[in-house]
Design a protein around this ligand. Structure first.
Ligand code: G1P
Length: 287
């Protein structure tokens, strides 16, 4: 059986929709309650039994690597008995991390192209660095959901969800005849259609890509927004191979914009017994 062992998490973007915060903090390090987004993404990968996560970062984001490799040994040692420190160490012990530098931010397609060597010819998953998924049931979600589909029937898989038609211009939009099913074969994909979207099924930050994607990435050039778009490489894959859409379970958040970030914080607090009662009361009494 073909398996997915590696996941790429691209985090190198400027995060300009979250300025000024992201002029000082890497977007993937913004906290949801008290944990940086990147840790939720690693938890998702671990739950999906992924063996290795490849983080694509820019040269100025060494702080993320320092954090995830527990470089500040003195502080870690000082607080080694604290529950949060133990949990962080336990989490990081469960997964192999590697780091790849994207030298200039030319878009998501370019970030993925930087991982050709690290992926070692294997098909792999992608989790976008600002799209955590909160699933309140104990079922495979996010990359775990796509991995399960892939392992039954290998191919490319794009995690999608239906969005309001007015929202389609913000996303990669897929089309396929059977798009009312949970998993369906794609016949097209467009990046951020400004009019006439082919459907209301949007790519929401989870992909399984075949190793052939690196070849397709070399065939494309700058696309929407002047960036190398993974959507354009996936469109070539749709012509040549089997590419499926799978409807994602759980709530897909976008912490890369202001409203999405605050809403994600509220949603993630709602599953935390230690903070939710107080926050809920505050919202009820003040807003
Ligand atoms: C990227 C992808 C887009 C996808 C979106 C999900 O866009 O290019 O296809 O729908 O992520 O968040 P970005 O939001 O980085 O512009």
């Amino acid at each position: 059986m073909k398996k997915i062992n590696k996941v790429v998490i691209p985090i190198a973007g400027y995060g300009s929709r979250m300025f000024p915060a992201t002029l000082g903090i890497v977007k993937a390090m913004l906290p949801l309650v008290d944990k940086p987004v990147i840790l939720y993404l690693l938890e998702e990968a671990i739950k999906a039994d992924i063996k290795e996560v490849i983080i694509v970062m820019s040269k100025s984001q060494e702080s993320v690597k320092d954090y995830l490799t527990l470089k500040d040994e003195k502080t870690i040692e000082k607080f080694k008995d604290k529950k949060e420190v133990k949990e962080l160490k336990d989490l990081l012990a469960k997964i192999k991390l590697s780091f790849v530098i994207q030298t200039s931010q030319k878009g998501l397609g370019d970030a993925i192209a930087c991982c050709e060597e690290a992926c070692q010819g294997e098909d792999f998953g992608v989790i976008l660095g600002d799209n955590p998924i909160l699933c309140k049931e104990d079922i495979p979600f996010g990359i775990g959901q796509l991995k399960e589909e892939y392992e039954k029937n290998p191919g490319y898989y794009i995690g999608v969800k239906e969005v309001e038609l007015s929202e389609t211009k913000r996303y990669g939009i897929v089309s396929g005849k059977d798009y009312h099913n949970t998993t369906f074969l794609l016949d097209g994909m467009v990046e951020k259609p400004q009019d006439n979207p082919p459907s209301n099924c949007a790519a929401l930050g989870r992909y399984i890509l075949g190793s052939s994607v690196f070849k397709y990435l070399k065939e494309i050039t700058y696309g929407v927004g002047g960036e190398i778009q993974i959507t354009d490489a996936i469109r070539i894959a749709i012509e040549k191979e089997k590419v499926y859409g799978t409807k994602l379970v759980g709530t897909c958040h976008d912490t890369g914009n202001r409203t999405g970030f605050v809403m994600a914080n509220i949603d993630y607090s709602s599953v935390r017994n230690d903070v939710w009662n107080e926050i809920k009361e505050f919202i009820k009494n003040n807003l």
